[in-house]
Design a binder for this molecule. Structure first.
Ligand code: 13P
Length: 249
């Protein structure tokens, strides 16, 4: 269960989220629970989550360890402050920062080298969805951004299916649409990576809310969720996290 905070919350708001959130998920250790705050607030989040099962990740990284890359942060630097996860290739990075599949691959390799668990995001845009191109887009993103990993690297990766038309729109993919996309991704992974794909976890992301989480988590293809807006509120994110546990019992 993962919360992507995007560009929201100051350091103070970050600390105050954890104050409210931690008591409501006290004792939760059914699955990985990760929050991705704004990069400058990662140390605040790590300190606030100390002693709990909540892990903290970066929303992006650069593939070099260091160098003249103004504005960038490396995997090694994220790891050094205590982050253990990282998001890669989110559709907003692809859309506004023109990230390509080739860059996604390099970032995935860098994340693993830095001992961060990458959540590599793929998903089709609205016009591609309407044109019936979902399959083609997912296969292309997988081939360009993920298939170039080694089997050993791939075994450490989590994939998030985030249809762009469902992000921040309130229009969630139905459990069936999400499930079909996940099955397709799993098949591609098995074709390329064989045994290394057996344990692959695929998260769904796009307008996940407390009132639709149960339907999504009932699908055996959906291993978890990557939540944007609803993860900003401690009560709604706690409800989402708990609903997942109920459905897995
Ligand atoms: P929303 O849950 O706000 O639609 O965002 C989804 C997302 O982009 C998570 O990475």
């Amino acid at each position: 269960m993962a919360g992507n905070w995007k560009m929201y919350k100051t350091a103070q708001q970050t600390a105050s989220f954890f104050e409210q959130f931690i008591p409501s998920v006290n004792g939760f250790n059914d699955c990985d629970l990760v929050i991705f705050p704004v990069s400058v607030n990662i140390p605040t989040a790590i300190q606030a989550a100390q002693g709990t099962s909540i892990r903290i990740g970066g929303q992006n990284l650069f593939w070099a360890n260091e160098g003249a890359y103004t504005g960038e942060v490396s995997g090694e630097m994220l790891r050094a402050v205590g982050a253990t996860w990282v998001l890669i290739g989110h559709s907003e990075r692809r859309q506004y920062f023109h990230e390509t599949n080739g860059e996604v691959l390099k970032k995935g390799q860098a994340a693993i080298a830095a001992e961060l668990t990458p959540i590599i995001c793929i998903g089709e845009r609205l016009e591609e969805h309407k044109a019936g191109k979902t399959r083609e887009v997912l296969i292309g993103q997988f081939a360009g951004g993920i298939a170039g990993l080694t089997e050993e690297q791939f075994a450490k990766v989590v994939i998030a299916y985030e249809p762009v038309w469902a992000i921040g729109t309130g229009q969630t993919a139905t459990p069936q649409i999400a499930s079909e996309a996940h099955a397709l991704i799993r098949t591609e992974a098995e074709k390329r990576f064989g045994k290394a794909a057996e344990q692959l976890r695929i998260l769904y992301g796009g307008s996940v809310k407390p009132d639709n989480i149960e339907g999504l988590m009932k699908e055996s293809e959906i291993d978890g969720v990557l939540v944007g807006g609803a993860s900003l509120d401690p009560r709604s994110f706690a409800q989402i996290v708990k609903a997942a546990r109920v459905n897995r019992d």
